[in-house]
Write a protein of this length. Structure first.
Length: 499
């Protein structure tokens, strides 16, 4: 009865009044409707505009031909809808090309290309959202390394462990998406990081591109933490505040450290930039030390053993500067760390030196770590110094009654815009206050907030992270990767052709 071709619109409407089930079935499944009903008034009007002569003829023709025309109209409509969806999806994919552009800076592999992403059909510079670029395709995986600790070599082929991994595909997909965004953003950044660029401009371009191809959506996805661009003796946690006009010079060594987050899954990776070849041994020492830490890492591995392996590799190098030889020292109070959801430091620290932590602390299956090492030509120890730019709400922040209205307002802005992710003063000064999705493009800027920010730090809700500095006049370098300890193997998700 429901599939009869001759059911009229009026009759069906009457039947819906008598039997709600028919109306319900039609709403849930449009194929329940008769062919005459699928020819809606909107479709008939559209057809009359596009093909007026054929429409007049159809009225004079028999039922059978009318049904055929309706079916043809429905097919045409479907085709047009597909075209609209394709346009709505964003920029069309570019042609697949071979990367050709080399970075101007040192400290990267010979296989590094600043336009490496064009091999996936990305535009140059990248403008297509990475999620759209790989829609319907498998995201690139990181470098796979087998576990070497005795008793764990079987994991790579264990069917039980593979089954466990299949249950975590959603998590792996989010982490790999963030890692691919990081690779594309940093490759783009490597094309314009040159002597003479203002660090504030460099950070703005990098972060805007990060927001663009991540399709920034507040806490759902976007930037993981502020872009660090620490120079020379400053090892970490420096990003320019508003009004800072610091310029990158030929003889500088800069550490570029930025993050991406997808559903709170933070990608943390960093590399060092130099232009003078005299710093090559320093950068090589730190890069090799980081790779040693990654090779040593694994399920049930003691964190102190990783630190010992890192230090041994790092301190086997030396650097000659202005006729004087300096041993490369591991910065002993800077560590790698475990990463949790919306939590950049999730509780475990990976030391860079021997006996750097309790011998009982081990890595565990399923954990995500940032393995990072710092080398220095100075004393190998950093202290807090200079003007603070990095801040972060404490993950376990206590509930503290606030008296200042300005503090309440700023905390509300931090909660909705950043949550427990790190932020910087430069973002608070933006017209969108750090997120156009959350605050609107021009409605988020924070005014005269320094007193409120200090108050939030004083009561323990927000933690300041000032720049970390070795002795002035020395040089420091950093390399860092994010790894996943999967049941079958460890995956260096941020590994790329550059480092």
């Amino acid at each position: 009865f429901l599939h009869h071709k001759e059911v009229s619109v009026q009759k069906t409407a009457n039947l819906q009044g008598l039997c709600p089930t028919i109306g319900y079935l039609e709403r849930k499944n449009p194929f329940v409707r008769g062919k005459r009903i699928t020819m809606s008034a909107e479709e008939e009007e559209k057809k009359s505009i596009e093909e007026p002569e054929e429409d007049d003829d159809d009225e004079e023709e028999g039922e059978g031909e009318g049904e055929a025309v309706a079916a043809d109209g429905a097919k045409k409509k479907k085709k047009k809808k597909k075209k609209k969806k394709k346009k709505k999806g964003g920029a069309a994919l570019g042609p697949v090309k071979e990367p050709i552009q080399k970075p101007p800076a040192r400290g990267l592999k010979d296989t590094a290309f600043t336009d490496y992403y064009v091999k996936y059909g990305q535009t140059e510079p990248p403008t297509i959202a990475v999620a759209d670029l790989f829609r319907g395709k498998q995201l690139p995986k990181g470098e796979m390394q087998e576990y070497t600790l005795e008793g764990h070599q079987h994991r790579i082929s264990a069917e039980e462990k593979r089954a466990m991994e299949r249950l975590e595909e959603d998590l792996y997909g989010k982490v790999r998406l963030g890692a691919e965004i990081h690779r594309q953003v940093r490759s783009y950044a490597q094309s314009f990081i040159k002597p003479g660029i203002e660090l504030a401009d460099m950070c703005a371009r990098l972060e805007n591109k990060n927001r663009e191809i991540t399709v920034e959506a507040g806490l759902e996805r976007g930037i993981g933490f502020p872009t660090g661009c620490s120079l020379n003796h400053v090892a970490a946690h420096y990003t320019p505040n508003t009004g800072d006009t610091t310029v990158l010079n030929y003889d500088d060594v800069m550490k570029v450290d930025f993050g991406v987050q997808v559903d709170g899954r933070i990608i943390d990776s960093a590399w060092s930039v130099s232009f003078n070849p005299r710093y090559d041994p320093l950068l090589e020492a730190v890069k090799e030390a980081t790779d040693t830490g990654i090779r040593t890492a694994g399920i049930d591995v003691r964190l102190c053993d990783i630190g010992a392996a890192i230090q041994e590799t790092m301190e086997s190098y030396e650097v000659e500067l202005d006729g004087k030889t300096y041993p490369v020292k591991t910065i002993r109070n800077l560590n790698g760390h475990s990463i949790g959801q919306y939590q950049i430091h999730a509780g475990k620290s990976v030391p860079c030196v021997k006996n750097g932590c309790d011998e009982s602390i081990r890595m565990e299956e399923g954990e995500i770590f940032a393995i990072e090492t710092f080398g220095s030509t100075g004393r190998g120890y950093v202290i807090e110094d200079l003007e603070c730019s990095h801040y972060m709400k404490n993950f376990d922040a206590p509930h503290v009654p606030l008296r200042l209205q300005s503090s309440k307002k700023l905390l509300a802005h931090i909660n909705k815009t950043f949550g427990t992710l790190a932020f910087c003063r430069r973002w608070l000064d933006r017209p969108d206050g750090g997120s156009a999705t959350v605050n609107g493009p021009t409605s988020g800027k924070q005014e005269k907030y320094m007193g409120a920010l200090k108050n939030l730090c004083d009561v323990g809700i927000v933690q300041p992270y000032p720049p970390l500095c070795d002795v002035k006049g020395c040089y420091t370098a950093q390399y860092e990767h994010t790894i996943m300890l999967r049941p079958t193997c460890k995956e260096i998700v941020t590994r790329g052709d550059d480092y």
